[in-house]
Design a protein around this ligand. Structure first.
Ligand code: FES
Length: 136
């Protein structure tokens, strides 16, 4: 084996051993079951809803359960109809989509179309005043 062949084999070996590390580094940070902080409970209580569009799990909208204010609910606010962001209407206890009028229950279930699919939901918990969410 000459020097050129040797260097080619070393290069191929380096690429082969580095590829899994490079792929892992480029993968999304969040994995199902891993909780991520998306904001403080004080932010939620100040406005009645907490929107975080940059979380690694995806866009998150957190509210207090209208049937039990000690419980938090977290949904993906992207409307499954055509992709607009819903917002929480605390006075009417539903998520409303501004684009075509779909409404969703606090748990994300469709209350009125044209959307046919529910909002995505996250696991949510509170730790040291931080709201943590995870993929279901
Ligand atoms: S995008 Fe929400 S109802 Fe159409």
């Amino acid at each position: 084996m000459n020097r050129r062949d040797f260097m080619t084999w070393v290069g191929v070996g380096f690429l082969g051993s580095s590829l899994p590390v490079a792929i892992a580094a480029c993968s999304p940070k969040s994995v199902s079951g891993q909780f991520e902080a998306v904001g403080a409970i004080s932010e939620l209580d100040a406005s009645g809803q907490l929107l975080n569009e940059t979380a690694a799990v995806g866009p998150v909208l957190v509210i207090r359960d209208p049937n039990n204010s000690d419980t938090l609910l977290a949904v993906n606010p992207v409307c499954p109809h055509a992709g607009c962001n819903v917002s929480w209407r605390a006075d009417e206890t539903y998520f409303a989509c501004p684009c075509h009028g779909s409404k969703f229950e606090a748990n994300g279930a469709v209350a009125r179309g044209p959307a046919r699919e529910p909002l995505g939901a996250y696991e949510v918990k509170l730790e040291a005043n931080q709201i943590l969410v995870a993929k279901v």
